[in-house]
Every structure is written in structure tokens, then in C-alpha cells.
Design a protein around this ligand. Structure first.
Ligand code: ADP
Length: 239
């Protein structure tokens, strides 16, 4: 009996060790990408003659800026994972007009290369909320990033806004019903078959949930494999 218990504990520890290894290697990759892109953009500015072409210069600066911003958001995600920091982290609420705020996020996401991305913002009236701008930006970017990551070569995303909340829906690969209860857990990733190639570290949704909890908001997910997913944020615990 004791042996079986020990056996289970050891294999559980091993899985956690493996998850940590995966996490460190995936996270290193995530951090290295924006650093490499920002470095190349800066290098181009320093070493190539862009003097006669201000639009080229501006383009490199914009690329570097976007990547540094992304790096900042990743670091914020990592920091928010630590218990201590979550306890002491102070949110700075301000009034946000969700329509223009979401349009700005959607515009930045549409500029990403790689896939054919369609993002529509559907607002039911002029919705205003009291929220921390940086964290709400991170939350929406995490949900839209996932919608893009877990989809085929083209994806259609609709961000719905109304007085009760925000929804992000996609027509991606969907999430199996049996995985739904776990997707907000730290380090959890759905074993996705042919989408195993998608890089990730299983903390995006954990971060999203932690922040929303702290704001007194909630999040819910509905999904069907092969059809897509809908993440719904509610301004308040019971919607
Ligand atoms: P990561 O994307 O880094 O693995 P997340 O915490 O953001 O971590 O998401 C956890 C898991 O939930 C993902 O690995 C993926 O399996 C699943 N998932 C999240 N969002 C979606 C989505 N929109 N469509 C399909 N699967 C999703």
C-alpha cells in the first residue's frame, strides 16, 4: 500500500518536473522570439542606410516597439503567476470605453503575419467599464492569441461587447468537453493531436482567470471540437 502511494507520488513528481522543463523551454522560446526580432530591427537601423527613406526607418522602429511591448506583456504574465505578487499586486482601475479600446487591440492583432486573420468587434451600445487598462489588454490579447493559435490557416474571431460582459469567439479547433474543467489550471494544455506543434506554456488562461478573479469578474467557456470556442467574461461573479 505504502509502496503504491510512494510510486504514485514519485510519478506525479516526475510529471510536475516534466511540466516545469516544458514550461522553461517553451517560455525561453517565447521570450527569445521578440528579443531576436527587436534586435534585428535595431540592427537594421544601425547598420543599413535607411537615411533616405523615413518610412523604412519608421517601419523598423514600429517593429522593435511592438516586440518590446510583447516582451513586457510576457514578463507581466510570468510575474502575475507568483502567489506573492498576486496577493500584493495592485490594480489601477480607470474608466475604459470598451468599443475604441477593443478596436485598438483588434487592429494590432490583425497586423500579425502568418495566418489569415479576421477579427470583428460587435458592440451593443457604448459600453464603459472600470478596469485596469494594462491587465485588461493582456486578458483580451491572451484570448485572441489563443483563438489564432488554436485554429487552421484562416480564422474568424468575433469580440462581442455588451453591458454584461465581453465574449471572444472563434471558429478554431475547439476544446474537448473532458478538458474544459482544466483549461484555466496552471500549466494545463490540451493534448491536441495534430496541433501539438503549437507552442505554449499553459499559463495564459491561468493568468486571465487570476486577474478576472481579482477584479471580481468571472470567465466561462463553451466549446465544440472542430467548430470553435466562445470565452465569455462577465462583469461580476454571477453575470
Ligand atoms: P497555452 O496556449 O500557452 O498552452 P493557455 O493557458 O492560454 O496556454 O491555454 C491552455 C490550453 O487551452 C491551450 O494549451 C489549449 O489547449 C487550450 N485553448 C485555449 N484557448 C483555446 C482556443 N481558443 N481554442 C482551442 N483551444 C484553446
Amino acid at each position: 500500500m505504502a509502496f503504491m502511494y510512494l510510486f504514485h507520488t514519485v510519478s506525479r513528481l516526475r510529471t510536475i518536473e516534466e511540466m516545469k522543463d516544458d514550461f522553461v523551454s517553451n517560455m525561453t522560446h517565447e521570450l527569445k522570439t521578440p528579443i531576436a526580432i527587436a534586435y534585428s530591427a535595431n540592427d537594421a537601423l544601425l547598420n543599413y542606410d535607411t537615411g533616405n527613406d523615413p518610412s523604412k526607418r519608421e517601419n523598423y522602429l514600429k517593429i522593435a516597439n511592438r516586440q518590446l511591448k510583447r516582451l513586457g506583456e510576457l514578463v507581466e504574465n510570468i510575474l502575475s503567476m507568483s502567489m506573492e505578487r498576486r496577493k500584493t499586486m495592485k490594480l489601477k482601475p480607470e474608466t475604459i470605453r470598451l468599443g475604441p479600446f477593443t478596436e485598438e487591440i483588434a487592429a494590432a492583432q490583425r497586423m500579425r503575419g502568418g495566418k489569415q486573420i479576421e477579427i470583428e468587434v460587435e458592440a451593443d451600445g457604448d459600453v464603459c467599464v472600470e478596469a485596469d487598462r494594462t491587465h485588461l489588454t493582456n486578458v483580451l490579447n491572451n484570448l485572441i492569441d489563443n483563438a489564432i493559435k488554436y485554429s487552421g490557416e484562416s480564422v474568424r474571431i468575433v469580440v462581442g461587447l455588451d453591458s454584461k460582459g465581453i465574449s471572444v469567439s472563434d471558429n478554431g479547433i475547439g476544446i474537448p468537453q473532458k478538458s474544459l474543467p482544466y483549461i484555466f489550471n496552471k500549466f494545463y494544455r490540451v493534448p491536441h493531436g495534430n496541433r501539438q506543434d503549437v507552442r505554449g506554456y499553459g499559463i495564459g488562461l491561468y493568468y486571465v482567470k487570476s486577474i478576472l478573479d481579482k477584479m471580481g469578474w468571472s470567465i466561462d467557456v463553451k466549446s465544440k471540437t472542430g467548430e470553435g470556442s466562445v470565452f465569455t467574461i462577465k462583469f461580476g461573479k454571477n453575470g
